[in-house]
Design a protein around this ligand. Structure first.
Ligand code: IMO
Ligand code: MG
Length: 437
């Protein structure tokens, strides 16, 4: 069966930790969208692994697949694989031949377009990884795919078509001086060698067939989403979004499995107990001042990929209702309950006030979302406790106020909380349901 993991908010919900938690029951872990803009942290035996491209399960010896919907920067991929090898691991990572490649010029163009947009406050605060420009080229039918790296003749042909276009944009539109990133020969040399490495390591697969065979053999497949629902290019807060679909429908499109395979399985929404945001744009339940500082420090809310301090806010229920519908959550996991411990009271944005109406889900335009005033509900805070002890004892040991908070979220989102995280390590979680069981 499949279990799909989807971020319910704005990314950084702790998806990596939940993938890791259930990963033992999975045989294969596949990513279906995004690229090295993701930052997934896995803590194993006290050692921290920060991964942006290698699927989290690979740290525990699972086969990791980067599906066709992922955009792959091979430099990052091999850096990560080599770093894991240096730490004594031997990750088994496969890449879809249909996946698109992030080229050096994509990164440059990402930065430059953000700069151009910043005058009008339309910059998304991207991670600068070239994600948007690569998806643009994919849809524009001028992208370079993993399969093209394996065939030198095709690679050269593609480069000769696309690179002069990119160079012209860089030089003539933005008035910059192009370097190696726009040199067909230099790119051919590096990327044909990368293709050779992929082939000799037997990493390239037809992802859909590969995964379907595993399912057919009775294996468990985890589909690991990156980013979150409100960063979704269709369902998120456009234009302050990423350029792919983290929502569950893309778990099929981005791997080559059927929607029925995904739909027969479980879809778990990952919810952080509060909000965090690295990029720009409105955020109705945003906090500032001392309280924001407290949560930022307690939660270590600094970007995994970019190191930027994250904006923080109270949990936003309309956002969660929207996410649950858009992906069809069958369960949720609520993370970082420990981070907001020690507060006198905890608030949640239960609904919004918009033009005198009370609404319970997100408006479809970001401008209207920015006009929303949250209608708060206030909960009693819960104390700092010995979280290890609580993890060992289980849900009933959780402070009553925290239980009340969890049960409120379950009711509003309409599905049960399968797991709760109360600390960074896998052991610091309360597992109530195993979705693979
Ligand atoms: P994980 O998988 C949080 C945000 C960026 C920016 C917008 C577009 O760790 O949850 P992009 O580089 O994707 O074009 O940037 O999306 N963003 C994330 N925010 N977590 C992430 O990934 C993110 N990936 C992209 O900050 O606002
Ligand atoms: Mg992250």
């Amino acid at each position: 069966m499949t279990v799909t993991i989807v971020g319910a908010q704005l990314g950084d919900e702790g998806k990596g930790g939940i993938v890791d938690l259930y990963g033992d029951h999975a045989d294969v872990v596949a990513r279906y969208q995004g690229g090295d803009n993701a930052g997934h942290t896995v803590v194993l035996d006290g050692d921290e692994y920060k991964l942006s491209l290698v699927p989290s399960g690979a740290v525990r010896g699972k086969t990791g697949v980067l599906g066709n919907g992922v955009v792959i920067n091979p430099r990052t991929l091999f850096d990560e694989i080599d770093a894991l090898k240096e730490r004594g691991l031997d990750p088994d990572v496969r890449v879809a031949r249909r996946a698109h490649v992030i080229m050096p010029y994509h990164r440059l163009l990402d930065g430059i377009e953000e700069e151009a947009k910043s005058d009008s406050d339309l910059d998304a605060g991207t991670t600068g990884r070239g994600i948007g420009p690569t998806y643009e080229d994919k849809v524009g039918r001028r992208g370079i795919r993993i399969g093209d790296l394996l065939d030198h003749e095709v690679l050269r042909e593609r480069l000769e078509y696309v690179v002069p276009q990119k160079r012209a944009i860089y030089e003539d539109v933005y008035g910059k001086t192009a370097g190696e990133e726009f040199d067909v020969e230099a790119l051919f040399e590096e990327y044909s060698a990368i293709g050779d490495r992929i082939r000799s390591a037997e990493m390239d697969v037809n992802a859909g067939e590969f995964l379907a065979e595993h399912l057919h053999d009775g294996d468990n497949v985890m589909l690991e989403g990156a980013q979150g629902t409100s960063l979704d290019i269709d369902h998120g807060i456009y234009p302050f979004v990423t350029s792919s679909n983290p929502t569950a429908g893309y778990a099929a499109t981005g791997t080559g499995l059927g929607v029925t395979d995904v739909g027969r399985g479980e879809v778990i929404g990952i919810v952080k107990a509060y909000l965090s945001r690295v990029g720009t744009g409105p955020l109705p339940t945003e906090l500032d001042g001392e309280l924001a500082e407290y949560i930022r420090e307690e939660g270590g809310e600094y970007g995994t990929v970019t190191g930027r301090p994250r904006r923080v806010g109270w949990l936003d229920l309309p956002m969660l209702r929207h996410a649950a519908r858009a992906s069809g959550f069958t369960g949720i996991a609520i993370n970082h309950l420990d981070v907001i411990a020690g507060l006198d009271e905890v608030k949640v944005g239960h609904a919004y006030e918009l033009d005198g109406d009370t609404i319970e889900t997100m408006p479809a335009t970001t401008e209207r979302w920015g006009d929303c005033d949250p209608v708060y509900r206030t909960f009693d805070g819960w104390p700092e406790v010995d979280w290890d002890e609580i993890a060992a004892e289980g849900y009933d040991a959780l402070p009553a106020a925290a239980q009340e908070y969890v049960e409120y979220v379950e009711t509003e989102v309409g599905v049960p909380a399968y797991a709760l995280s109360i600390g960074p390590g896998r052991e610091q979680s309360i597992v109530r349901t195993n979705p693979f069981a």
